[in-house]
Design a protein around this ligand. Structure first.
Ligand code: ACO
Length: 170
């Protein structure tokens, strides 16, 4: 299969924070943000693979900054690495200042999607070829994150996670 670039899967969703989507502090409810990120990530995974895709795991989420009611929120997702049937999707969340229009980073997350056929069985996806410096950094670290996710899910023995182990050695 021919390699694809992260740009080909990049997906941008922009939406407001409405009152029904907030917590008692009038900030965006975490579950609502998770759902928005899942939607953007699934479109990115579909654009890369052109297959049915399912969420296999949420590897990392950081709610670094509360997002107030009325904010304009942009969720940007792109494939950061493709393996055999699985794809790591990196998601950046931005909030737009009402007066200046400047965007500031609010949150980020990393999801894993798997491409499947009509019976739900995993199928192969094209490789990913990173281009920018940031895309290369995310690509390089993705194998460690995959191993960590598999170890936490009980699908890989810790002593088989060679890339991950190397992180803790001099
Ligand atoms: C709350 C919700 O809405 S969840 C709903 C959305 N998600 C779903 O319904 C998905 C339900 N789960 C499934 O269908 C299956 O578990 C699948 C398709 C994700 C994986 O199926 P498995 O039988 O485990 O397949 P298999 O072991 O071959 O793994 C397939 C790929 O997923 C990867 N994978 C599986 N679990 C994980 C995980 N926890 N973390 C990272 N990668 C994973 C495997 O490493 C493998 O990757 P590779 O082919 O690129 O090497």
């Amino acid at each position: 299969m021919q390699a694809k670039h992260p740009e080909e899967s990049r997906t941008t969703l922009t939406d407001l924070v409405l009152p029904s989507e907030t917590n008692p502090l009038n900030n965006l409810f975490g579950g609502e943000l998770l759902a928005r990120m899942d939607r953007a990530a699934s479109i990115a995974a579909r654009r890369h693979s052109r297959r049915i895709v399912v969420t296999a795991s949420v590897n990392h989420v950081a709610f670094n900054k509360a997002i107030p009611l009325g904010s304009v929120v942009t969720v940007e997702a792109a494939v950061s690495r493709a393996f055999k049937s699985s794809m790591e999707i990196f998601i950046d969340v931005w909030v737009e200042d009402r007066e200046s229009g400047n965007r500031s980073k609010a949150n980020e997350a990393i999801y894993t999607f798997v491409a499947v056929d009509e019976t739900g069985a995993p199928v192969g996806v094209p490789p990913l070829e990173p281009e920018t410096e940031l895309e290369k950094q995310r690509y390089d670290a993705a194998l460690r994150r995959k191993q960590l996710s598999l170890v936490l899910a009980g699908k890989m023995k810790p002593n088989e996670a060679t890339e991950l182990k190397a992180l803790f050695q001099d």
